[in-house]
Design a protein around this ligand. Structure first.
Ligand code: P6P
Length: 336
């Protein structure tokens, strides 16, 4: 457990260097990669907090009231992440929600890099116009191909168990970067006064149980019978045991899952009759969160399978998702 006092709050860079000392043989490449993501996050945050003023609201391609071409904030976020990771020394290529194919950096420096990164640059971006929190989600993998040559598609189609790190950035009332390795999950809050992410939530653990469930009730009659039974059983229990459960649903995955990670609870995005595979993407939405929740003591399944065990076949494939407190995920799984 890291102990800090107010004058020595640890920055993200100091924290990753501190972690490095625990692994004498580490090259520092992962620390550099996390610093690169942190840099991109600061730039995205600077645009997100004044979205109404920098011509990113409304539909891309239109001109805003200032006569500027509207460029969707998720496009800007995508460009910032690619630029930061391409310029760094740790990433051989990226897979992004914004790009049909993976982007192999294929230059001498990048080809020597050990890692590839999968990310959703700005998940929930449709919420930007309503000033609702949005987020960046990322997962880091060691290449399966040998450094020295360009990365290949195979480097990106690995099961989530092979992530070496994962995390998210929440652009909310404050901007937080939460990332985890197998050693633990830690949260950093951006201090705009000094432009640094500062350790604010050390050693995050997900409560083993919770009283909040999070689902889009609008699709209720589209869900599998087991999901409907679980929800109605909760509602019946609440009728005779008031306030035992509450429902919270932002409609922005990073916001809903950040709350679930810190406070406990269950987030459900099941498959439906129309879309049995669900809506959320396996590689750069579900896998990073599944990794974080499992390291923090939670669980994440697709219903039949542990999310992290799913062998991907396509970059943008989707999966149903049940994620949160271990006891709640276990309970809902008994209904499926
Ligand atoms: P629905 C946002 O569009 C998103 O991808 C996630 O951030 C969010 O959890 C989900 O979709 C919300 O989907 O169908 O409930 O609007």
């Amino acid at each position: 457990m890291l102990v800090q006092n107010a004058t020595q709050i640890m920055t993200l860079d100091e924290f990753t260097v501190h972690q490095l000392r625990l692994f004498p043989h580490a090259t520092g490449e992962l620390s550099h990669l996390l610093r690169d993501i942190g840099l991109a996050a600061k730039r995205i945050s600077a645009d997100a907090i004044k979205a109404g003023l920098v011509g990113v609201l409304g539909e891309a391609g239109l001109r805003n009231v200032q006569g500027e071409d509207v460029k969707k904030l998720d496009v800007l976020a995508n460009e910032q992440l690619i630029a930061a990771l391409r310029k760094g020394v740790s990433c051989a290529g990226v897979g992004s929600e914004e790009s049909d194919q993976v982007l192999i950096f294929d230059d001498h420096k990048s080809n020597q890099s050990k890692y590839v990164v999968l990310f959703d640059p700005l998940d929930g971006s449709s919420n930007i116009d309503n000033n609702i929190s949005v987020g960046t989600i990322f997962g880091v993998y060691r290449r399966t191909t040998a450094p020295g040559s360009p990365a290949t598609d195979a480097d990106f189609l690995q099961p989530g168990t092979r992530q070496v790190a994962a995390g998210y950035v929440l652009y909310g009332t404050s901007t937080m970067l939460v990332y985890g390795t197998r050693r633990g999950v830690n949260g950093f809050t951006l201090d705009p006064a000094i432009g640094e992410f500062c350790l604010s939530h050390p050693d995050i653990t997900c409560p083993s149980n919770g009283n909040t469930y999070s689902i889009n009730h609008g699709n209720f009659f589209q869900y599998p019978a087991g999901v409907r039974h679980y929800i109605t059983d909760i509602q019946r229990w609440n009728e005779f045991n008031p306030d035992s459960y509450t429902e919270r649903y932002v409609g922005s995955m990073v916001a809903d899952l950040h709350r679930t990670l810190l406070k406990g609870g269950l987030f459900l995005y099941p498959g439906t009759k129309e879309r049995p595979e669900g809506k959320l993407r396996l590689l750069y939405e579900c896998n990073p969160f599944a990794f974080l929740f499992e390291v923090a003591g939670g669980l994440a399944t697709s219903g039949p399978s542990r999310i992290l065990d799913i062998i991907p076949t396509k970059l943008h494939q989707r999966t149903p998702l049940f994620i949160g407190s271990k006891e709640m995920v276990t309970e809902v799984s008994s209904y499926l």
